[in-house]
Design a protein around this ligand. Structure first.
Ligand code: HEM
Length: 517
């Protein structure tokens, strides 16, 4: 697997890997691309469904020069994500560039990942979430103003677009106190740049230069040096814009000494605590980081300027579309299940009788039915399933007798796990049934049955934040409005064929005022 594999013989040897190891799967359809063309032309999600039906809970195939093992067996999932984590502590990066100074925790591995993850973890503690809730509330108020205008207009509209504005505004304010004015203008430079980044990872919208580089790399992974030369050049414009903005914000904060309750501040605060463990760092002081250098005598506890830029960038890209998509799916299911929506509104009315009441990190946790609805929609939506992947770092065996060779990519088939009637029955698995998440039923379920945020040490670090944001938003919306189906609501929802598993054509709804008599 380590030659460049240009020759016919090398390619045939590569494409017999899974067969030799006794793993079932589709035959490669091209000697150059393996099954990649099928994936690109027919859509990954559809093919995974078909292949799972045909080959079972573990199957192997090839994307160019990359062998992949797709797993929907919960025991093997636990082995990969948790028990054998040291052999699977990395996602498969597009390009292995050990010198990437902006490396973020999504792409980092080994000691680098441990360090960045360890330093960033305290910024997502319950205490820090509490500090963030007022910022979130401000963005949610802007969404409520927008919704009020929608109601006045009386028209049906795509609620997923408004949720994207919300999550963008939230991440911009909480990451670096950047004010977007996104709800009032379609010309927001922030939104345009961010949309470009998501177009860049969507095979349908990706520019040709990126497609060619990507195909080259996927076909010949060992040409990664060449590919990593081209990749930053074809992706540079939107990514650089955000990295530069983050840097400007950090420097401004350092020079003015201004203190704000955002992520930049939380990261800067760590710099002032050289002798303490980062998990005990204070949240009120300011500090300074030198360019390119660890900012303290103990580099293991602090982020360099570039690392801070990298983390801000990854929070932005990992937190924006995922959270907006979750909210959009919730809206979709609530219009389909008006009884569940009413029950949720009743619970919200009991806890927050007056719109504008103190909705924050702690109070949102007191609503059990809201939690069940959130979990059940997350089960049905499996938005981030493609992020739950790991690279095998050394030959190992999983499931008792399946040899996974070094360099193979293991992808956890979250969709199939979430839609397994063995794990989620007896009710039909495609129905919204929040009661599946009653605590007595949860206790009996396999711990790997529910994976919207992945699992193990490399699970979603932003989970608490995302849940808080989604619940705070839903409470504010359902206090004031009922979300209803309209002529343009597409049922069943049409989802993207690859990438973030979200609605491909929006979620059209209408909002009706609630009467509180
Ligand atoms: C509902 C919204 C979200 C969903 C569904 C989601 C889902 C996921 C999933 C499935 C993973 C991969 C986990 C694994 O491989 O085991 C992940 C990783 C990650 N997420 Fe999220 N996410 C959401 C929101 C956020 C937010 C708001 C942030 C940041 C503010 C964030 C930051 C990250 C990061 C940095 C990682 C990589 C962690 C690591 O590799 O150590 N996510 N997310």
């Amino acid at each position: 697997m380590h030659n460049i594999q240009f020759s016919d013989r090398d390619r045939r040897a590569l494409y017999s890997t899974w067969e030799r190891l006794g793993v079932k799967g589709p035959k490669h359809t091209s000697l150059l691309l393996g099954n990649l063309w099928q994936i690109l032309s027919q859509g990954r999600f559809k093919l995974y469904r078909e292949w799972t039906q045909r080959y079972g809970k573990v199957f192997g195939y090839y994307e160019g020069g990359q062998p992949l093992l797709v797993v929907s067996d919960p025991d093997i999932t636990k082995e990969v994500l948790i028990k054998q984590f040291s052999k699977f502590d990395e996602r498969v990066p597009l390009f292995d560039d050990p010198d990437d100074k902006y490396v973020d925790m999504f792409r980092a591995w080994g000691e680098k990942w441990k360090r960045v993850r360890g330093i960033s973890t305290p910024t997502f503690s319950g205490k820090k979430m509490k500090l963030m809730s007022p910022l979130l509330q401000k963005s949610i108020h802007k969404l409520m103003d927008k919704f009020e205008k929608r109601v006045q207009e009386g028209k049906e509209f795509d609620i997923s677009e408004d949720f994207k504005c919300l999550t963008l505004d939230v991440i911009a304010t909480t990451a670096f106190s950047y004010h977007t004015d996104i709800f009032n203008t379609k010309e927001s430079i922030f939104l345009k740049k961010l949309s470009l980044i998501f177009d860049n990872i969507n095979p349908e919208k990706m520019p040709l230069s990126m497609k060619i580089t990507l195909l080259l790399f996927l076909t010949f992974p060992n040409l990664h040096k060449l590919a990593s030369f081209f990749w930053p050049r074809v992706t540079a414009p939107p990514n650089d814009w955000f990295l530069d903005l983050a840097k400007a914000m950090i420097i401004q904060r350092q020079t003015t000494g201004e203190v704000r309750p955002d992520y930049i501040q939380l990261m800067l605060n760590l710099l002032k605590e050289p002798e303490k463990d980062v998990s005990k760092a204070s949240s009120t002081e300011n500090g300074s980081a030198a360019d390119n250098q660890p900012a303290s005598s103990n580099p293991s506890k602090f982020l360099t300027m570039e690392e801070m830029q990298g983390q801000i960038f990854v929070f932005l890209s990992a937190g924006y579309e995922t959270t907006a998509t979750t909210l959009s799916f919730i809206a979709y299911y609530l219009v389909l299940y008006p009884d569940i929506q009413s029950k949720l509104q009743e619970e919200i009315d009991q806890h927050f009788p007056v719109p504008g009441d103190d909705i924050n990190y702690e109070t949102v946790q007191q609503l059990p039915y809201l939690e069940m609805v959130f979990c059940e929609v997350s089960r049905l939506a499996y938005i981030g399933q493609l992020a739950v992947q790991r690279k095998c770092k050394e030959d190992t065996t999983v499931g008792g007798n399946i040899l996974v060779p070094k360099g193979a990519k293991v992808l956890i088939n979250v969709a199939d796990i979430h839609m397994s009637s063995d794990l989620w029955g007896p009710e039909p698995i495609d129905e919204l049934v929040p009661e599946r998440f009653l605590s007595e039923r949860k206790a009996l379920r396999h711990p790997m049955a529910y994976l919207p945020f992945g699992a193990g040490p490399k699970n979603c670090i932003g989970m608490r934040f995302a849940i808080m944001e989604t619940k705070m938003t839903l409470i504010s919306v359902l206090q004031r409005y009922t979300v209803v189906k309209c002529n343009k609501t597409k049922v069943p929802i049409k989802c993207n064929p690859d990438g973030v598993h979200g609605p491909a054509e929006g979620v059209f709804v209408q909002l009706h005022h609630r009467s509180h008599d």
